[in-house]
Design a binder for this molecule. Structure first.
Ligand SMILES: *Cc1c(COP(=O)(O)O)cnc(C)c1O
Length: 350
């Protein structure tokens, strides 16, 4: 065991627990496109209630949830205001451009957390030359900004401003349970009247597949047709929803430990030569560390770590590597990973 690779590339690497596998084996199922899968329906209702929303829709992935949301909220020639580093802007194959036909007003926000002033500044005036601003996009936690959280008070401010301006609000909450754990609030507290939210069962919550899209009855009614259009109508999806139920039962209360492990990793790495990381910048379960030029490119350092038994992701564009904690990574794993990363940095000439 102690010689196995410690894989910190993503919290998508969680694998279903024995209780999830049992629930999947025993799930009551039906054809969900006909609306007849009781386990899917109960998961959708449970999640809607948990977030204080009217209705829910199980989708295949976070990307599909975000795409269905854009296709439901927006029409071509409309514009979305999003923080520049948002997942949807860069990491979803540009579906907003190629499939939805919207443009992005990408704004730079400190720590990836939008402000009302940034929204006001990005709204386009009615003008024959311009697209119509329609939607505000909030990513919580914000992935590339370092797992940062938009707290309830800021959400209330952003939603109020957006609605005053006639804009809708979508929350990309792929890791919103991490935000709620870090802020010690409920996921419903993080909605504050937002029009829709997508969250992933398959990241830190540990289920094998799936995301939920939540919103009003009308919105979900339309999103369900959109999901069918993009090929996301699944049949006996109760086997997946069953694992989602167990994930919600068991995992949210374990997320603070993932956050403590992330912080510990940053602390242990903070005096590693050639690396730079600020433990105070670790807000949830994502740790980004800067790779000094003496260690080579981030992807080269990633390969060096891989050979030594630790996997992270290197981003050459930003000169950083990312390590992610999740419930199947123990504090011992973190101690050992930090030692390996330290030794690799020294070997690389750091
Ligand atoms: C991972 C992620 C997604 C996409 O989820 P997939 O299930 O991988 O498609 C969307 N938004 C954010 C912020 C993410 O981190």
């Amino acid at each position: 065991m102690s010689n196995s690779t410690i894989d910190l590339r993503s919290d998508t690497l969680t694998s279903p627990t024995p209780s999830m596998r049992r629930a999947m084996a025993e799930a009551e199922v039906g054809d969900d496109v006909f609306g007849e899968d009781p386990t899917v329906r109960s998961l959708e209702e449970r999640c809607a209630e948990l977030f204080g929303m009217e209705a829910g829709l199980l989708v295949a992935s976070g990307t599909q949830g975000n795409l269905c949301s854009l296709l439901t909220h927006c029409r071509p020639r409309q514009e979305v205001i999003a923080e520049r580093g948002c997942h949807v802007v860069t990491w979803e194959v540009g579906g907003w451009a190629s499939l939805v036909g919207v443009t992005m007003a990408a704004v730079d926000a400190p720590n990836g957390i939008l402000t009302s002033d940034l929204i006001r500044g990005a709204v386009k005036a009615p003008n024959v030359h311009l697209v119509d601003t329609h939607l505000v996009w909030i990513e919580n936690t914000h992935n590339t900004a370092g797992g940062t959280c938009t707290p309830p008070e800021r959400m209330a401010d952003l939603v109020r401003t957006a609605h005053e301006l006639g804009l809708r609000v979508h929350v990309d909450g792929a890791r919103i349970f991490n935000a709620a754990a870090a802020l010690e609030c409920s996921v419903a507290d993080l909605m504050q009247g937002a029009d829709s939210v997508q969250f992933c069962l398959s990241k830190g919550l540990g289920a094998p597949v799936g995301s939920l899209l939540l919103g009003s009855h009308d919105y979900i009614h339309e999103a369900r047709r959109v999901r069918k259009m993009v090929g996301g109508g699944m049949r006996q999806a109760g086997v997946l929803a069953a694992a989602g139920h167990v994930a919600l039962d068991e995992i949210p209360q374990r997320l603070p430990q993932d956050h403590a492990n992330a912080r510990l990793l940053a602390e242990l790495l903070s005096d590693t030569p050639g690396l730079s990381v600020d433990p105070d910048s670790v807000a949830t379960n994502l740790v980004f560390f800067d790779i000094g030029p003496e260690l080579g490119l981030p992807t080269e350092f990633e390969a060096r770590l891989d050979a030594a038994g630790v996997r992270v992701v290197g981003f050459n564009e930003t000169g950083r590597c990312r390590a992610v904690t999740y419930h199947q990574i123990s504090t011992d794993d973190i101690q050992r990973a930090a030692e390996i990363i330290h030794d690799c940095a020294v070997d690389a000439g750091g």
